[in-house]
Design a protein around this ligand. Structure first.
Ligand code: ZN
Length: 281
């Protein structure tokens, strides 16, 4: 049976075709720049009541192992402005010498959950003390929830200022009220974009000497379209999807459709580590 197929010209053609594809993928993967951008949400631990754990939250112990592993390797934890300046901008800056051999990575957390803030404020200083590495976290914030009376689920402005002052947080916009921008009027889209920027800058503006707060955006639910993008361009320099794809900054030319890996409680530590290293498995 095997001899019949292996000697068939059609089989050989198919085999050559498959080998060709695998070689092309290997070359693409090896020689193109891929920046893993991770999209987390909340963080839970053994003390979190099971009813309070959302599907897209991530366990603290696994997150800590992931970050400790990264801190011991040669990674460059990019802010959204770093990603823009060194990899996306038409006038790309030269990569600083101290990062020339580091692998760039972006760690983002959407929605500004309180439990993400409190757990990160435990993990990040410990890692910094133990490994001498300061990990930068991008928070995509909805200012509409920031200081809402009686809202204990989201980080307050004071919380965000704490993380920012300590040098851990890059604070960027996720819309004022986490609306699906493809399902509301363009007037409301513009209001969501502009109010979020204004309010986030008002929260940390006095600390933001480099004017890097609220210049980048992540679409709520990852939802966007051409009309939303046109309005987003009025206020922000770049914006992020939530689409489980790797970002190839030199090939993916659209700065308003930047890919991110989705993370939820089912995502294994192994999967995070494989993606951070650019592995297939
Ligand atoms: Zn969100």
């Amino acid at each position: 049976m095997f001899n019949f197929f292996s000697s068939s010209p059609r089989f050989k053609l198919l085999l050559d075709f498959l080998i060709g594809i695998i070689v092309c993928l290997f070359i693409f993967k090896t020689f193109t720049l891929e920046i893993p951008v991770f999209g987390f949400h909340g963080i839970f631990d053994e003390l979190t009541p099971p009813g309070n754990i959302r599907n897209f939250d991530y366990p603290k112990d696994q997150l800590k192992l992931f970050l400790e592993d990264l801190a011991q390797r040669k990674y460059w934890f990019l802010s959204t402005q770093d990603l823009y300046d060194y990899f996306l901008s038409p006038q790309r800056k030269t990569i600083p010498y101290e990062h020339s051999r580091d692998r760039p990575i972006v760690l983002s957390f959407d929605d500004g959950y309180k439990n993400a803030h409190t757990k990160l404020m435990e993990i990040l200083p410990e890692i910094e003390q133990q490994y001498g590495k300061k990990i930068k976290i991008v928070f995509f914030i909805n200012p509409g929830f920031m200081d809402k009376l009686g809202n204990n689920t989201h980080a307050s402005c004071a919380d965000l200022r704490e993380g920012y002052k300590k040098g851990y947080y890059d604070l960027q916009s996720h819309g004022q009220n986490h609306e699906n921008l493809t399902e509301i009027s363009l007037l409301r889209v513009e209001s969501e974009l502009s109010r979020a920027q204004k309010n986030l800058k008002a929260c940390v503006g006095d600390l933001d000497s480099t004017q890097e707060v609220a210049n980048h955006f992540a679409y709520p639910f990852g939802a966007t379209n051409d009309e939303v993008i046109n309005l987003t361009k009025k206020y922000y320099k770049s914006s992020y999807l939530y689409n489980s794809r790797a970002l190839h900054p030199l090939h993916d030319k659209d700065k308003y459709r930047l890919s991110r890996f989705t993370v939820n409680r089912e995502t294994s530590l192994h999967s995070l580590q494989a993606k951070s290293k650019g592995s297939w498995f």
